[in-house]
Write a protein that binds this ligand. Structure first.
Ligand code: UT7
Length: 333
């Protein structure tokens, strides 16, 4: 019997309708469109408005569309892995809520917290269930409602992030397409530069934590920037080298969308030209777990069977990762 690989056989995304522009942000904090565009590449981001709406609302929309376009019945799904750092609730897991809402009655599920590298960690985890032969159809989601953890009085963080969700269907492949290799890394010493201080078991929510704004993202931007450039570019280069890939072998670089300058530095080290780099940061900002599946969704029509893709990410933790995969299908005519 031929080797089983795990391949993405469908991709879908969802972003909320509300567009938060740089100009609107400039009415909320001391910033301006020119600064944001030149430092980050972001022009606008989407926000999930309305009370009582968790990240699962976006993920459910992404999954429903995915099931429809891949002609998959919800009962066929064996597992749902949701990469998120903004779950609906501390528990139960958001993946369980999604499974229930889409009718995936036979699926088990769990959430995975690896911040901006979450989708790659989840994709690699899901692939292991497929490669072992134990499971046939797995949905991997990257989704975050970053607006729920941002201080819209802090200009250093609120301009960067947005809300969005992407979902991929993973299935077995016998043509050696799909995931070829993965490098996953983490380093907890990064906590000091990027975290949310309160709300966990160390500092549970209290009047004081709310008054001190300790439920919002804290980031030392320029320190994180330096790590991000080194680690994301480094891990992408490492996976190329160990698979004997040159820049000219890569059909697409699919980078986490945190800052256009970090993406450009990664592409430069890999010697991949700009027109082979997926980029949608200008429209969505940094959707954390959502960026990579949202890129794949945006560029799906340009992807061809057999294309070599390098996925790369860096984020809170610190976490960083790269996946080398061969795309498994061409667009339908
Ligand atoms: O995805 C998860 C991982 N996160 C990342 O990868 C993010 C990495 N970091 C970054 O992308 C960048 O560091 C930022 C976009 C967050 C900031 O850009 P920067 O070029 O590193 O700026 P900076 O923090 O060094 O700040 C430069 C100046 C400062 O003013 P002074 O001290 O030079 O007078 C800031 O106060 O820019 C000021 N500044 C702003 N000005 C206008 C900071 N934020 C803003 C703002 N608008 N929104």
């Amino acid at each position: 019997m031929s080797k089983i690989t795990a391949a993405i056989t469908g991709i879908n995304g969802y972003v909320p309708d509300y567009v938060l522009t740089n100009d609107e942000l400039a009415t909320m904090v001391d910033t301006n469109d020119e600064w944001i565009v030149s430092r980050t590449g972001i022009k606008e981001r989407r926000i999930l408005k309305g009370s009582g709406k968790g990240v699962s609302i976006m993920a459910v929309e992404a999954v429903k569309g995915l099931l429809q376009k891949t002609k998959t019945a919800p009962e066929e799904i064996d597992a749902i892995i949701c990469a998120t750092i903004t779950p609906d609730l501390t528990f139960p897991a958001t993946s369980n809520l999604i499974a229930q809402k889409v009718g995936a009655k036979n699926a088990f599920g769990f959430d995975l917290a690896a911040a901006c590298s979450g989708f790659l960690f989840a994709l690699s985890t899901g692939a292991k269930f497929i490669e072992s032969g134990s499971h046939k159809k797995i949905i991997v989601i990257g989704a975050d409602k970053m607006s729920s953890i941002l201080d819209y009085k802090d200009r250093t963080t609120c301009i960067i992030f947005g809300d969005g969700a992407g979902a991929a269907l993973l299935e077995s492949n016998h043509e050696d397409l799909g995931i070829q290799d993965a490098i996953l890394k983490s380093d907890g010493s990064g906590e000091q530069y990027l975290n949310i201080k309160a709300g966990g078991s160390r500092y549970p929510a209290s009047l004081g934590t709310v008054q001190n704004h300790e439920h919002y993202v804290y980031q030392e931007g320029s320190a994180v920037f330096k790590f991000a450039v080194t680690k994301m570019a480094g891990v992408a280069k490492e996976i190329m080298d160990r698979n004997d890939l040159k820049g000219s072998d890569i059909a697409w670089l699919v980078p986490h969308q945190a800052n256009k300058r970090i993406i450009d530095a990664t592409a430069k080290l890999m010697q991949v030209p700009d027109d082979k780099v997926m980029m949608n940061i200008s429209r969505y900002g940094n959707t954390t777990g959502g960026t990579i599946p949202l890129c794949l969704w945006d560029y799906e029509a340009q992807l061809k069977k057999g294309d070599n893709l390098i996925l790369a990410a860096f984020g809170g933790g610190f976490t960083w990762a790269s996946i080398y995969l061969k795309w498994a299908y061409s667009p339908e005519n």
